[in-house]
Design a protein around this ligand. Sequence first.
Ligand code: ATP
Length: 295
Amino acid sequence: MREELSLRAYGKINLGLDVIRKRPDGYHEVKMVMQTVSLYDSLRLKKKEEPGIEVRTNLPFLPTGPDNLVYRAAELLLKEFGIGEGLFIDLYKKIPVAAGMAGGSSDAAAVLVGVNRLFKLRLSRIGLMERGVSLGADIPYCIMRGTALAEGIGEKLTKLPPMPDCAILLAKPPISVSTRFVYGNLRADSLPWHPDIDGMTEALAEGSLSGITARLGNVLETVTIPAHPQIQKIKDVMSENGAEAALMSGSGPTVFGIFKDKETAGRAGRKLRSAGLAKQIYTVRPFNVCRNGRR
Ligand code: ATP
């Protein structure tokens, strides 16, 4: 019987992020085009005889108790199914933290999938997504992965045709941005413009990279960039150094640039590093998923 499991939790970028309105319950209704990228955290789940959840991570500043989303994801399933055994979770993070790349949500999604497999709970993908949304709006998408339209609070998902292959340069400046601050300061009812999300889904259907780059847009930039002007500088350096287009992901501060090849992306990354604009810099690719859930 399997006692241990290794999993990958992939990061995401938003090719488009629009906010439709603030609901009376305080949540924001969004319309987003999500894309998984090939940068991932590694997780190892191991059953242990003594009850309890033990989390170990390579980042000393991350919580290892119930404040870590992987702990909460494991607890949710172990409690619901009355499992007496314990679980050890080893989390090796590469996705930048508090960066707009849904790293924590993706880790939690991987734990839900892993606990389901390890303890043979026989929950369907939909069953896992329904449970995941109680921990975070992005978790159902992180279970689905690939290219998707996310509506509602991010949990209503429609699969989209995969993003064409390209090089994606990720650069996170050394600042922390709180998602709560960004949404709290967004003037959802008087946004100056809206990204063309429908045009983006058409460009994906046509497999047109130029159609995608022409429509990149994120309304959260209207809050995060004035608070952190270095985000605009990173976008400018990417555009001046061969990016087809560059955009902030999620609530930031990570910026991604879309390039035709990884050599040009790498050169732009070196410029950003030498200018001291970002330390966490990665060249990645779109990660697309086949129908069986694997690449
Ligand atoms: P999103 O794009 O969904 O807003 P994010 O990339 O902005 O996510 P995360 O990296 O998921 O943000 O982390 C946000 C906060 O959650 C951090 O301040 C961190 O302390 C906490 N956190 C809890 N669990 C995790 C985890 N497994 N990985 C990273 N952060 C975690």
